[in-house]
Design a protein around this ligand. Structure first.
Ligand SMILES: [Mg+2]
Length: 218
């Protein structure tokens, strides 16, 4: 299964930036949670990127600025080995704001892919939203909207109700309320400032590795 790049421009306002790479290493094992559902669909972890997998850096446009958060590689490995699809969904309003270009974004995304690959890890897919309502109007993809999650679910055969939504902002978690999964806030990035008023249905983890532990202990 492949997610086609949006060239020529897709009618859809969000852009799947990387090919789906449902490689052998990411397929659920025979006893993994991906094989348990009556639906035959895989559970996923929908992951925010900035402040969740890599260190928050405002409008990151330089691949040299990619810094994996300690424990992130181990967390992603654990989740992959448990049969979860790893899907990055990232708001990149810096593109709408003129702070970086789509090409800048793709260079950063490629660096992250390379860094993860050096640890034997492959994301199943990465989606980004380049919009911001003040600059490009409303869109169906900017989190907390669910356009990216829905696109990924359709393309990859995911089960949102069996999935987790992890990030350092409330808006990373809110799609869980609409789609039926579970949300976990991480305290990295902006997360420590997001705890006030967080709906009680969401869990809080110190970082992505802690979040992975919460997911795997269920
Ligand atoms: Mg973030």
């Amino acid at each position: 299964m492949r997610i086609q790049p949006s060239h020529p421009p897709s009618p859809k306002p969000w852009t799947p930036v990387t090919e789906s790479r449902v490689s052998g290493t990411n397929e659920p094992g025979p006893d993994g949670p991906g094989s348990n559902g009556a639906s035959g669909l895989r559970p996923a972890v929908f992951l925010d990127r900035d402040g969740t997998i890599i260190e928050e850096a405002d409008y990151l446009s330089d691949p040299e600025g990619v810094r994996l958060i300690p424990g992130a590689v181990e967390a992603l490995s654990l989740l992959r080995d448990a049969g979860f699809a790893l899907v990055v969904v990232t708001n990149q309003s810096g593109i709408a704001r003129g702070r970086l270009t789509v090409e800048d974004y793709k260079a950063v995304a490629l660096r992250l892919d390379e860094d993860l690959a050096s640890h034997g890890l492959t994301l199943d897919a990465t989606y980004f939203c380049s919009h911001h309502p003040d600059f490009t109007g409303d869109c169906p993809c900017r989190k907390p909207a669910t356009g990216m999650h829905r696109e990924a679910s359709e393309a990859l055969g995911l089960d949102p109700e069996a999935s987790y939504f992890v990030g350092d902002k409330k808006r990373d978690l809110l799609p869980a309320l609409e789609m039926g999964g579970q949300g976990i806030l991480v305290r990295t990035g902006y997360g420590a400032d997001q705890e006030d008023g967080l709906p009680a249905v969401f869990q809080i983890a110190d970082d992505l590795l802690h979040a992975a532990g919460l997911i795997l202990s269920r």
